[in-house]
Design a protein around this ligand. Structure first.
Ligand code: NAP
Length: 340
């Protein structure tokens, strides 16, 4: 039996923009959510520096500072935070069933769960990568390209993300070299063609990066690259290296219970955050492999909170939580889209 006999209304697993926004909205609906936020709370934004594309911050904001504000706002309305990892879940399959989430030995039970575990950038796992993170090595050109105006840069990867990042980066940088380990590209023809049309984008194949090396100022100065066929090594001087070798959704916790797509992202119904399990909702980068922005993650976190609220109010098998505000939001959810 769990030490804590109480059945929570909502447990939010994860703490990026999606998790904290779900927490904020469910807290403001008097649902007193329990947030399992992890040790390194704040998600991928904890690894970024300036965020200049989140509306409402005209002067930009540091990623960690923004997440601290998200967190404080959720707490202000009664979200309860557990700064630890969720280690196991057992999700009910029936409407009104009790979902179980463990943090080590501590079992928590809830009527509804919001999955917001996010995604991680795949890493090259080479020397210098971690040390120079935020000092020239980046995983997000959309976030950081503007810092590399008129600088020499590389992109590592050969998929659509690499092409998209390169095309964006090329608007700022003096030069972008796409370093890819094969002569063939996984990227779609159209994206590859768009990249090729840029005069300041070059391709270096079949090459891998073996090491990132700091310059005298402690920031990235060069990359040691190697031709995988001939073994020939070279050094590329640069200020920025963007690694775009894919993302990994952090969905291991729910694998085998919730429907995942072939890449491990949680599947949700169109225009909602509902998973295949009643009372289980998913938001942010653990679902989204397309937009992956803080603002879109926050948006789906809000949707998950409203979906959870409606589920708790409108599922006959669920005893409606005390204090849930009255309203016709549920009807609005099921309404047909307005005709243009
Ligand atoms: P992806 O398609 O899996 O491509 C990853 C690339 O990184 C591949 O070229 C792969 O090389 C390379 N790679 C992987 N691990 C590596 C390593 N350890 N060292 C060096 N290279 C490595 O990932 P993605 O580009 O992020 O795309 C993910 C999905 O999102 C795709 O379905 C894509 O179409 C979609 N997407 C679409 C758009 C768009 O349409 N606008 C934009 C972005 C993403 P190999 O090819 O040799 O395996």
């Amino acid at each position: 039996m769990p030490e804590n006999e109480a059945i929570e209304n909502v447990i939010v697993v994860g703490s990026g923009p999606a998790g904290y926004t779900a927490a904020l909205y469910t807290a403001r609906a008097n649902l007193s959510p329990l947030v399992i936020e992890g040790f390194a709370w704040g998600g991928l934004l904890q690894q970024t520096t300036d965020v200049e594309n989140y509306p409402g911050y005209p002067d930009g904001v540091m990623g960690p500072e923004m997440m601290a504000e998200f967190r404080r706002q959720a707490e202000r309305f009664g979200a309860r935070l557990v700064t630890d990892q969720a280690t196991r879940v057992e999700l009910a399959r029936e409407p009104g069933g009790i979902h179980r989430v463990w943090v080590g030995d501590q079992e928590h039970r809830a009527l509804a769960v919001v999955l917001a575990m996010g995604a991680e950038h795949k890493k090259l796992e080479i020397p210098g990568e971690q040390e120079l993170g935020g000092r020239g090595v980046s995983y997000c050109a959309t976030c950081d390209a503007a810092f590399f105006k008129d600088r020499r840069t590389i992109i590592v990867g050969g998929g659509d993300s690499a092409m998209e990042e390169a095309i964006f980066l090329a608007k700022f940088a003096e030069n972008v070299t796409i370093v890819h380990r094969r002569d063939e590209f996984r990227a779609s023809k159209i994206m590859l063609e768009r990249a090729r049309q840029n005069e300041n984008i070059e391709f270096l194949t079949p090459y891998v990066v073996d090491e990132f090396v700091a310059a005298g100022n402690g920031a990235l100065g060069k990359a040691r690259v190697r031709n995988v066929e001939t073994g020939e090594g070279r050094e590329l001087e640069m200020s920025g290296a963007f690694i775009a070798i894919g993302h990994e959704p952090q969905s291991e916790l729910v694998a085998g219970q919730v429907d995942l797509d072939e890449n491990g992202y949680v599947r949700t119904e169109a225009r909602s955050t509902r998973t295949n399990l009643p009372g289980v909702f998913a938001a942010g980068d653990v679902v989204d492999h397309t937009y992956r922005q803080a603002v879109t993650a926050a948006g789906t976190g809000c949707m998950a909170a409203l979906d959870a609220e409606w589920y708790l109010r409108d599922t006959p098998e669920v005893p409606t939580p005390a204090g849930l505000p009255e309203g016709d939001l549920a009807e609005a959810q099921w309404a047909e889209p307005a005709k243009p």
